[in-house]
Design a protein around this ligand. Structure first.
Ligand SMILES: [Zn+2]
Length: 141
């Protein structure tokens, strides 16, 4: 059995149980699902936040759990450290340099820096691969 949140053409939401998804479609096409409020038989599935979430298997379900803010912060620290060690800081020239590297006018290397929204748009349009990393403020200072 499966429960669907349904909505009638008058906007009444209600829940109904079906054997499976096909059984819902069949009953709906025969017009035998009625809104308990106004008896309307033009019903659609009401997509709630749960309905949109797709789980292909149990494993994925676990992964999609809430992200622990502490873990996220630690992950960000690792990324920031890695970037600081391995990427050349070009500061405000980021977009310019990234474009040059992309066009083969500058040596291929890892760079980091800041980009304005306009510059970011240009990079995207040019197909320059880049990664946006949030700037980590040191909370312990
Ligand atoms: Zn209704």
């Amino acid at each position: 059995m499966i429960a669907f949140d349904l909505i009638c053409s008058n906007g009444h939401k209600f829940e109904s149980w079906f054997k499976n998804s096909d059984s819902f479609e069949e009953k709906r096409s025969f017009g035998i699902i009625h809104c308990p409020v106004c008896n309307d038989n033009h019903v659609e599935k009401a997509f709630s936040t749960f309905a949109i979430k797709k789980y292909s298997d149990k494993k994925e379900e676990k992964k999609e759990g809430k992200i622990d803010p502490h873990q996220a912060y630690q992950a960000l620290q690792v990324i920031t450290e890695y970037v600081n060690k391995n990427f050349e800081d070009v500061g405000l020239d980021f977009a310019k340099e990234a474009l040059k590297i992309h066009l083969g006018e500058a040596e291929k290397r890892n760079i980091k820096g800041v980009a304005l929204p306009d510059e970011e748009k240009i990079l995207k349009e040019e197909g320059v691969p880049f990664l946006k990393v949030p700037v980590l403020k040191h909370l312990d200072n």
